[in-house]
Design a protein around this ligand. Structure first.
Ligand code: ATP
Ligand code: MG
Length: 302
C-alpha cells in the first residue's frame, strides 16, 4: 500500500542537471489503483493544508509561491481549485498570466509577475508565469519582436540567459523568505487529444474548447523540449520543480496537495509565541472584561 509520502516526493527535482522528461510517465499513479483511495488521501491533504496555512498566516514570516505550468488541458485549473478548496481565501492569491499587454511588453520580462508576488504569510499561485518566456516564446521566437528588445541582446543564447535570470530571481526571492515550488503537470499527447475531443463532444465543456489550443498541439515536441530544458536549468533545492503525472486528474490533485503539504511542513511553521509582557496585558484585559459584569454586552457573541 503506497504511503502519503510516495505521492509527491518521487516527482520532486532539486537538481535539474540529470533530469529527463521521459523518465516520468504521465500515466503514473504512484502505485494507487483506485480513485477512492486517492479521494481519501486528497481530503486528508487538504485538511492538513488548511491547518498549515493558518500558521503560515499567523506567523507572517514566509511567503509561498506556487507556480503552475502545463500544456493545455493538463488540468492546472482543476488542480488549483481542488488543492486550495480548504484554505482560507484571505490567505491565498491566484494570478493567471496570459499574452502580455502592450504595457507589460514595454518592461523587462519579470516585471509583470514581480508585481504579483505573495506577501509574507500568504500563498501566491501563478497560473502560468515568467516561465512562458522560455516556453511559448521559445517555441514562437517571432513573439520576441513584440518585446522591443535592443537587437544586440537577442542572440542564440537568449533562452539560456533567461533561464539563468529566472534561477537568479528565484534564488533572490528564496533568500528573502519566499518559498518557491514549481509544478509541471505532465500530460501525454494522447490524453490531451481525448480531453480536447471531450470539449467538442460535451456541450457543457464546449466553452473550454479553443482552436488555438489545437494549433499549439502541433508544436508538441518543441514544447516538451523547451520544458525539459527549462526544468534542467532551473530546478534547485531552493526552488524545486515537481513534474507531476497528469493523465489521471485524481492523481494529479493528490500529488499537488501532498507537495504543498510537504513544502509547508518543511518551514517550521508555528503560531507566534506570546511573550511575558503580552501575557501581562492579557491579564489586564481579562480583568477589564470581567469587571463589566454579566450584562448584555457580556452575553453578546464575539
Ligand atoms: P486554459 O487551461 O483555460 O486554456 P490557459 O492558461 O491556457 O488556461 P489561455 O487564456 O487559454 O489560458 O491562454 C493563455 C495563453 O497566454 C497561453 O497560450 C500562454 O502560452 C500565453 N502566454 C502566457 N504568457 C505569455 C508570454 N509571456 N508571452 C506570450 N504568450 C504568453
Ligand atoms: Mg489555454
Amino acid at each position: 500500500m503506497p504511503q502519503d509520502k510516495d505521492f509527491a516526493a518521487p516527482y520532486r527535482i532539486t537538481d535539474g542537471r540529470r533530469f529527463r522528461l521521459r523518465d516520468i510517465d504521465p500515466g503514473d499513479t504512484g502505485g494507487l489503483k483506485s480513485k477512492d483511495k486517492a479521494r481519501e488521501s486528497l481530503a486528508a491533504g487538504v485538511e492538513q493544508l488548511a491547518a498549515l496555512q493558518e500558521k503560515l498566516y499567523a506567523q507572517d514570516r514566509w511567503a509561498v509561491l506556487l507556480v503552475f505550468q502545463a500544456m493545455d488541458a493538463a488540468g492546472k485549473d482543476g488542480a488549483v481549485e481542488h488543492v486550495m478548496s480548504g484554505v482560507n481565501p484571505q490567505g491565498v492569491q491566484v494570478f493567471s498570466f496570459k499574452s502580455p499587454s502592450p504595457e507589460e511588453l514595454d518592461h523587462d520580462f519579470l516585471w509583470r509577475t514581480a508585481r504579483c508576488l505573495p506577501e509574507r504569510g500568504r500563498i501566491g499561485i501563478f497560473n502560468r508565469s515568467y516561465y512562458e518566456e522560455v516556453l511559448v516564446v521559445r517555441v514562437h521566437p517571432e513573439y520576441l519582436k513584440g518585446q522591443h528588445l535592443p537587437e544586440e541582446l537577442v542572440t542564440k543564447r537568449i533562452w539560456e540567459q533567461r533561464c539563468e535570470d529566472i534561477a537568479a530571481h528565484e534564488r533572490y526571492l528564496s533568500r528573502n523568505g519566499v518559498k518557491i515550488v514549481k509544478f509541471f503537470l505532465h500530460v501525454s499527447k494522447a490524453e490531451q487529444k481525448r480531453r480536447f475531443l471531450s470539449r467538442l463532444d460535451e456541450p457543457e465543456k464546449n466553452w473550454k474548447f479553443s482552436a488555438g489550443d489545437v494549433r499549439e498541439r502541433g508544436h508538441w515536441d518543441e514544447y516538451q523540449a523547451a520544458y525539459e530544458d527549462a526544468i534542467r536549468r532551473t530546478a534547485t533545492k531552493d526552488a524545486p520543480w515537481y513534474v507531476i503525472p497528469a493523465d489521471n486528474k485524481w492523481f494529479t490533485r493528490l500529488a499537488v496537495a501532498r507537495a504543498v503539504v510537504d513544502t509547508l511542513e518543511g518551514l517550521d511553521l508555528h503560531f507566534p509565541r506570546v511573550g511575558e509582557e503580552q501575557r501581562r496585558g492579557f491579564a489586564e484585559a481579562r480583568a477589564l472584561l470581567e469587571a463589566e459584569g454579566g450584562g448584555k454586552a457580556a452575553k453578546k457573541k464575539r
